[in-house]
Design a protein around this ligand. Structure first.
Ligand code: CA
Length: 293
Protein backbone atom coordinates (compact mmCIF):
# COMPACT_ATOMS: atom_id res chain seq x y z
CA UNK A 1 0.00 0.00 0.00
CA UNK A 2 1.53 3.31 -1.00
CA UNK A 3 1.68 6.54 1.01
CA UNK A 4 -1.39 8.45 -0.36
CA UNK A 5 -3.57 5.36 0.01
CA UNK A 6 -2.52 4.98 3.62
CA UNK A 7 -3.25 8.66 4.18
CA UNK A 8 -6.74 8.33 2.62
CA UNK A 9 -7.41 5.27 4.72
CA UNK A 10 -6.33 7.04 7.90
CA UNK A 11 -8.37 10.07 7.00
CA UNK A 12 -11.45 7.91 6.32
CA UNK A 13 -10.97 6.12 9.65
CA UNK A 14 -10.85 9.51 11.41
CA UNK A 15 -14.11 10.53 9.75
CA UNK A 16 -15.72 7.25 10.80
CA UNK A 17 -14.60 7.83 14.37
CA UNK A 18 -16.10 11.33 14.32
CA UNK A 19 -19.39 10.03 12.89
CA UNK A 20 -19.52 7.19 15.46
CA UNK A 21 -18.82 9.64 18.27
CA UNK A 22 -21.62 11.91 17.04
CA UNK A 23 -24.09 9.01 16.89
CA UNK A 24 -23.02 7.99 20.40
CA UNK A 25 -23.55 11.52 21.71
CA UNK A 26 -27.04 11.70 20.16
CA UNK A 27 -27.95 8.31 21.63
CA UNK A 28 -26.65 9.40 25.05
CA UNK A 29 -28.63 12.65 24.90
CA UNK A 30 -31.79 10.76 23.87
CA UNK A 31 -31.23 8.39 26.80
CA UNK A 32 -30.82 11.28 29.25
CA UNK A 33 -33.99 12.94 27.94
CA UNK A 34 -35.92 9.67 28.22
CA UNK A 35 -34.75 9.08 31.79
CA UNK A 36 -35.47 12.67 32.86
CA UNK A 37 -39.19 12.50 31.98
CA UNK A 38 -41.04 13.78 34.98
CA UNK A 39 -43.58 11.49 36.66
CA UNK A 40 -46.40 13.88 35.83
CA UNK A 41 -45.60 13.46 32.16
CA UNK A 42 -46.43 9.76 32.35
CA UNK A 43 -49.65 9.39 30.48
CA UNK A 44 -52.63 7.52 31.81
CA UNK A 45 -52.24 3.81 31.32
CA UNK A 46 -48.66 4.08 30.14
CA UNK A 47 -46.34 2.64 32.76
CA UNK A 48 -42.76 3.82 32.79
CA UNK A 49 -41.52 0.56 31.36
CA UNK A 50 -41.37 0.32 27.60
CA UNK A 51 -41.74 -2.87 25.62
CA UNK A 52 -38.09 -2.62 24.65
CA UNK A 53 -37.08 -2.81 28.31
CA UNK A 54 -39.02 -6.04 28.81
CA UNK A 55 -35.83 -7.99 29.22
CA UNK A 56 -34.81 -5.96 32.26
CA UNK A 57 -38.29 -5.70 33.80
CA UNK A 58 -37.62 -8.53 36.24
CA UNK A 59 -35.06 -6.31 37.96
CA UNK A 60 -37.41 -3.38 38.43
CA UNK A 61 -39.99 -3.03 41.20
CA UNK A 62 -43.52 -2.29 40.00
CA UNK A 63 -44.40 1.35 39.98
CA UNK A 64 -47.12 2.54 42.40
CA UNK A 65 -50.08 4.56 41.26
CA UNK A 66 -52.79 6.32 43.16
CA UNK A 67 -55.98 7.67 41.58
CA UNK A 68 -58.06 10.76 41.11
CA UNK A 69 -61.84 10.46 40.72
CA UNK A 70 -63.03 12.32 37.63
CA UNK A 71 -66.67 11.22 37.62
CA UNK A 72 -69.03 9.08 39.68
CA UNK A 73 -71.92 7.22 38.01
CA UNK A 74 -74.70 5.05 39.46
CA UNK A 75 -74.14 1.29 39.36
CA UNK A 76 -76.76 -1.39 40.00
CA UNK A 77 -76.16 -2.48 43.62
CA UNK A 78 -77.58 -5.90 42.68
CA UNK A 79 -74.91 -6.40 40.01
CA UNK A 80 -72.24 -8.85 41.16
CA UNK A 81 -69.81 -7.48 38.61
CA UNK A 82 -67.54 -10.06 37.00
CA UNK A 83 -66.93 -8.56 33.58
CA UNK A 84 -66.95 -4.99 32.33
CA UNK A 85 -66.12 -3.47 28.97
CA UNK A 86 -66.97 -0.19 27.23
CA UNK A 87 -67.88 0.21 23.55
CA UNK A 88 -70.46 1.94 21.39
CA UNK A 89 -70.88 4.62 24.09
CA UNK A 90 -72.21 2.10 26.62
CA UNK A 91 -71.02 -0.43 29.16
CA UNK A 92 -71.32 -4.17 28.65
CA UNK A 93 -71.40 -5.96 31.96
CA UNK A 94 -71.37 -9.61 32.99
CA UNK A 95 -72.60 -10.47 36.45
CA UNK A 96 -72.22 -13.59 38.56
CA UNK A 97 -74.11 -15.52 41.20
CA UNK A 98 -75.78 -18.90 41.00
CA UNK A 99 -79.14 -18.54 39.29
CA UNK A 100 -78.88 -14.76 38.97
CA UNK A 101 -76.05 -14.30 36.47
CA UNK A 102 -76.64 -11.92 33.60
CA UNK A 103 -75.18 -10.25 30.55
CA UNK A 104 -76.28 -6.66 30.19
CA UNK A 105 -75.92 -3.39 28.37
CA UNK A 106 -75.81 -0.42 30.72
CA UNK A 107 -76.13 3.29 30.13
CA UNK A 108 -73.02 4.79 31.69
CA UNK A 109 -74.49 8.09 32.85
CA UNK A 110 -77.56 6.67 34.61
CA UNK A 111 -76.72 3.04 35.33
CA UNK A 112 -79.94 2.12 33.52
CA UNK A 113 -79.95 -1.48 32.24
CA UNK A 114 -80.77 -1.22 28.53
CA UNK A 115 -80.73 -4.93 27.72
CA UNK A 116 -80.33 -8.07 29.79
CA UNK A 117 -79.81 -11.77 29.18
CA UNK A 118 -80.08 -14.20 32.08
CA UNK A 119 -77.77 -17.19 32.16
CA UNK A 120 -79.67 -20.42 32.53
CA UNK A 121 -79.56 -22.64 35.56
CA UNK A 122 -76.37 -23.02 37.48
CA UNK A 123 -74.11 -21.04 35.15
CA UNK A 124 -72.14 -18.50 37.16
CA UNK A 125 -71.19 -15.63 34.85
CA UNK A 126 -67.63 -14.31 34.85
CA UNK A 127 -65.53 -12.19 32.47
CA UNK A 128 -66.76 -10.64 29.23
CA UNK A 129 -64.90 -9.39 26.16
CA UNK A 130 -65.89 -7.93 22.83
CA UNK A 131 -64.64 -9.41 19.57
CA UNK A 132 -65.88 -7.99 16.28
CA UNK A 133 -69.71 -8.03 16.47
CA UNK A 134 -69.77 -10.57 19.28
CA UNK A 135 -69.60 -10.54 23.04
CA UNK A 136 -68.00 -13.48 24.78
CA UNK A 137 -68.84 -14.44 28.35
CA UNK A 138 -67.09 -17.13 30.34
CA UNK A 139 -68.36 -18.96 33.42
CA UNK A 140 -66.78 -19.80 36.75
CA UNK A 141 -66.75 -23.58 37.24
CA UNK A 142 -68.49 -25.01 34.18
CA UNK A 143 -65.56 -24.63 31.79
CA UNK A 144 -68.04 -23.15 29.33
CA UNK A 145 -68.00 -19.90 27.43
CA UNK A 146 -70.82 -18.31 25.45
CA UNK A 147 -70.45 -16.39 22.22
CA UNK A 148 -73.34 -13.97 21.76
CA UNK A 149 -74.29 -11.43 19.15
CA UNK A 150 -73.34 -8.05 20.54
CA UNK A 151 -76.54 -6.38 19.35
CA UNK A 152 -79.20 -8.72 20.71
CA UNK A 153 -77.28 -11.19 22.92
CA UNK A 154 -78.45 -14.18 20.88
CA UNK A 155 -76.19 -17.14 21.70
CA UNK A 156 -74.26 -18.16 18.58
CA UNK A 157 -72.08 -20.89 20.02
CA UNK A 158 -70.48 -22.33 23.14
CA UNK A 159 -66.90 -23.31 23.74
CA UNK A 160 -64.98 -25.00 26.51
CA UNK A 161 -61.67 -24.52 28.31
CA UNK A 162 -59.84 -26.66 30.85
CA UNK A 163 -59.66 -24.31 33.84
CA UNK A 164 -61.94 -22.18 35.97
CA UNK A 165 -63.06 -19.00 34.24
CA UNK A 166 -62.45 -15.64 35.92
CA UNK A 167 -61.57 -12.61 33.77
CA UNK A 168 -61.57 -12.01 30.03
CA UNK A 169 -60.38 -9.28 27.67
CA UNK A 170 -59.34 -8.90 24.02
CA UNK A 171 -55.90 -7.53 23.14
CA UNK A 172 -56.60 -6.89 19.47
CA UNK A 173 -55.42 -10.34 18.44
CA UNK A 174 -56.28 -12.83 21.15
CA UNK A 175 -58.74 -13.26 23.96
CA UNK A 176 -56.87 -13.13 27.28
CA UNK A 177 -58.32 -15.13 30.14
CA UNK A 178 -57.58 -15.49 33.86
CA UNK A 179 -58.52 -18.40 36.08
CA UNK A 180 -57.71 -17.22 39.61
CA UNK A 181 -54.06 -18.25 39.43
CA UNK A 182 -51.16 -16.05 38.27
CA UNK A 183 -51.61 -17.36 34.73
CA UNK A 184 -53.04 -15.51 31.77
CA UNK A 185 -54.08 -17.59 28.77
CA UNK A 186 -54.15 -16.25 25.22
CA UNK A 187 -56.90 -17.80 23.10
CA UNK A 188 -57.63 -17.68 19.40
CA UNK A 189 -60.85 -15.61 19.28
CA UNK A 190 -62.42 -17.84 16.63
CA UNK A 191 -61.41 -21.36 17.63
CA UNK A 192 -60.77 -20.65 21.35
CA UNK A 193 -57.61 -22.74 21.12
CA UNK A 194 -54.98 -21.78 23.67
CA UNK A 195 -52.12 -20.08 21.82
CA UNK A 196 -49.79 -19.31 24.71
CA UNK A 197 -49.76 -18.38 28.38
CA UNK A 198 -47.78 -16.13 30.70
CA UNK A 199 -47.39 -15.96 34.46
CA UNK A 200 -47.84 -12.60 36.20
CA UNK A 201 -44.85 -11.91 38.43
CA UNK A 202 -43.48 -9.08 40.50
CA UNK A 203 -40.30 -8.85 42.57
CA UNK A 204 -41.77 -11.26 45.13
CA UNK A 205 -42.70 -13.97 42.63
CA UNK A 206 -45.97 -15.04 41.00
CA UNK A 207 -49.03 -12.78 41.45
CA UNK A 208 -52.08 -15.05 41.82
CA UNK A 209 -55.79 -14.23 42.06
CA UNK A 210 -55.86 -12.39 38.74
CA UNK A 211 -59.50 -11.55 38.19
CA UNK A 212 -61.30 -9.10 35.90
CA UNK A 213 -59.13 -7.91 33.02
CA UNK A 214 -58.85 -5.01 30.61
CA UNK A 215 -56.32 -4.57 27.82
CA UNK A 216 -55.26 -0.90 27.73
CA UNK A 217 -52.55 0.60 25.54
CA UNK A 218 -50.30 -2.43 25.40
CA UNK A 219 -50.78 -3.67 28.97
CA UNK A 220 -53.20 -6.01 30.69
CA UNK A 221 -54.85 -4.45 33.71
CA UNK A 222 -56.08 -7.00 36.24
CA UNK A 223 -58.04 -6.81 39.44
CA UNK A 224 -56.38 -8.85 42.17
CA UNK A 225 -59.19 -10.70 43.93
CA UNK A 226 -59.92 -9.56 47.48
CA UNK A 227 -57.69 -6.51 47.22
CA UNK A 228 -58.14 -2.89 46.19
CA UNK A 229 -55.23 -3.20 43.79
CA UNK A 230 -55.09 -3.42 40.02
CA UNK A 231 -51.93 -4.92 38.50
CA UNK A 232 -50.58 -3.58 35.20
CA UNK A 233 -49.06 -6.58 33.47
CA UNK A 234 -46.80 -6.87 30.44
CA UNK A 235 -48.49 -9.23 27.98
CA UNK A 236 -45.06 -10.20 26.65
CA UNK A 237 -43.32 -11.24 29.85
CA UNK A 238 -45.99 -11.33 32.57
CA UNK A 239 -43.94 -8.86 34.59
CA UNK A 240 -46.07 -6.52 36.71
CA UNK A 241 -45.04 -3.02 35.65
CA UNK A 242 -47.23 -1.23 38.17
CA UNK A 243 -49.97 -1.40 40.76
CA UNK A 244 -52.87 1.01 41.02
CA UNK A 245 -53.93 1.29 44.65
CA UNK A 246 -57.63 2.10 44.88
CA UNK A 247 -58.03 2.00 48.65
CA UNK A 248 -60.78 4.35 49.81
CA UNK A 249 -62.38 4.92 46.43
CA UNK A 250 -65.78 3.82 47.76
CA UNK A 251 -66.95 5.94 50.68
CA UNK A 252 -67.92 3.16 53.09
CA UNK A 253 -69.58 5.51 55.56
CA UNK A 254 -72.29 6.31 53.04
CA UNK A 255 -72.91 2.65 52.14
CA UNK A 256 -75.53 0.73 54.11
CA UNK A 257 -76.01 -2.32 51.90
CA UNK A 258 -73.65 -5.29 51.80
CA UNK A 259 -70.96 -4.91 49.17
CA UNK A 260 -68.24 -7.15 47.84
CA UNK A 261 -64.77 -6.53 46.42
CA UNK A 262 -63.42 -4.14 43.83
CA UNK A 263 -63.89 -5.81 40.44
CA UNK A 264 -64.50 -4.47 36.97
CA UNK A 265 -62.25 -2.42 34.69
CA UNK A 266 -63.41 -0.88 31.42
CA UNK A 267 -61.66 1.49 29.04
CA UNK A 268 -63.16 3.93 26.58
CA UNK A 269 -60.37 3.89 23.98
CA UNK A 270 -61.94 6.71 21.99
CA UNK A 271 -61.97 9.21 24.83
CA UNK A 272 -59.26 7.66 27.00
CA UNK A 273 -61.62 7.14 29.94
CA UNK A 274 -60.87 4.48 32.57
CA UNK A 275 -63.77 3.06 34.58
CA UNK A 276 -63.71 0.87 37.70
CA UNK A 277 -66.37 -0.54 39.98
CA UNK A 278 -66.98 -3.47 42.32
CA UNK A 279 -69.32 -6.33 43.05
CA UNK A 280 -72.62 -4.96 44.41
CA UNK A 281 -71.12 -1.46 44.47
CA UNK A 282 -73.71 1.31 44.07
CA UNK A 283 -71.19 3.46 42.19
CA UNK A 284 -68.93 3.25 39.17
CA UNK A 285 -65.97 5.60 38.90
CA UNK A 286 -64.13 7.24 36.06
CA UNK A 287 -60.58 7.63 37.35
CA UNK A 288 -57.25 9.07 36.35
CA UNK A 289 -54.23 7.17 37.57
CA UNK A 290 -51.57 9.22 39.30
CA UNK A 291 -47.96 8.10 39.79
CA UNK A 292 -46.94 7.95 43.48
CA UNK A 293 -43.60 9.07 44.85
CA1 CA B 1 -62.84 -5.53 31.58
Amino acid sequence: MNGPDRHRQRSMRSRLIVVAAAIGAIALLAGILAVSRKPDQVRLSTPSLSASSAGTEALISPRSYSYKILNVYPHDPQAFTQGLVFADGILYEGTGGAGVSTLRKVKLETGEVLQLRRLRGHYFGEGVALYEDKIIQITYLDKTGFVCRKDNFEVLERFSYPTEGWGLTFDGMHLVMSDGTANLYFLDPQTFARVRQIEARDQDGPVPMLNELEYINGYIYSNIWQTDDIAIISPKTGQVAGYIHLQGILDMESIEQPIDVLNGIAYDAEKGRLFVTGKLWPELFEIQIVPEG
